[in-house]
Design a protein around this ligand. Structure first.
Ligand code: ATP
Length: 257
């Protein structure tokens, strides 16, 4: 069953159409990748899923509710079910890692202090940062900052996690650590992850489905592990190549079980 459904979404900035007619389904539990050339509209599409970008027309249905039809108040509540991380980690520099993760819980008055502490610690353990809880973001590596941002994004136990270019500032080793964290988050919490990246090897290694955005539409959607299916776009073919490479590194049966 789809947890996210975009139906004929259109979005222009001024006279420039970015999303011309985007329809896609993301199944519950998917790690779903969005690929596309620079400027193709990947981030715009991702930001449409929680209505940070409001489409000009079309439906954005998350967990059964069309977000475009909600009142401001209901939209605020619906967004608590959709965590998000950004290319730049957006951590609050004057707060410790613990307080960054606790921030959305405190903001929404969720949980009493002992439960909040347990929740934050559990999130930090999941992303491998339990030992860094009292550090300030400036002392973390790029991968650790992204992992702290993931911990913050999952603290309110959303069903959906949106990740915008989480590995773009990371070297190869840090990228592998971050992909491992996202796999753990997916496996342990069952959260549905949608990830935008221009790094095809990362998408090929992580995602069980990928959509390629081209000319404002979804040009194709496929499972990277299905390396035998014909690909329509050059980018799809590149992804298939990287999926074969990734298969040599990570056994797909383990990765996508
Ligand atoms: N708020 C905005 N106002 C005006 N134009 C915008 C806005 N956001 C995005 N755009 C434009 O929309 C187009 C798509 O941008 P978007 O960031 O979604 O693409 P992308 O595929 O994520 O690109 P990249 O891989 O380079 O990050 C670009 O031409 C961009 O300049």
């Amino acid at each position: 069953m789809s947890i996210i459904r975009l139906d004929r979404v259109r979005k222009s900035f001024g006279a420039d159409p970015v999303l011309r007619d985007v329809s896609l389904h993301v199944a519950r539990g998917d790690i779903f990748g969005i690929a596309g050339r620079s400027g193709a509209g990947k981030s715009t599409l991702l930001r449409t899923i929680n209505l940070l970008e409001r489409p000009d027309s079309g439906a954005v249905v998350v967990a059964g509710r069309d977000l475009t039809r909600l009142s401001k108040r209901d939209l605020r509540a619906a967004r608590q079910n959709i965590g998000m991380t950004f290319q730049h980690d957006n951590l609050l520099q004057n707060l410790t890692v613990f307080d960054n993760v606790a921030f959305p819980l405190r903001l929404h008055g969720m949980l009493n202090p002992p439960r909040l502490r347990r929740r934050v610690q559990a999130c930090l353990e999941l992303v491998g940062l339990a030992a860094r809880a009292d550090e300030y973001p400036a002392r973390l590596s790029g991968s650790q900052k992204q992992r702290a941002a993931i911990a913050r994004a999952i603290a309110s136990q959303p069903e959906v996690l949106l990740c915008d270019e989480p590995t773009s500032a990371l070297d190869a080793e840090a990228t592998r650590a971050l992909l491992a964290t996202l796999r753990t988050v997916s496996a342990d919490l069952g959260v549905t992850i949608v990830i935008v990246s221009h790094e095809l090897p990362a998408l090929a290694a992580l995602c069980n489905r990928v959509a390629v955005i081209e000319h404002g539409v979804v040009a194709e959607t496929f499972a990277p592990t299905d390396t035998t299916a014909p690909r329509i776009t050059p980018l799809g073919r590149e992804l298939a190549f990287h999926a074969t490479e990734a298969g040599a590194l990570f056994h797909p049966g383990v990765l996508h079980a």
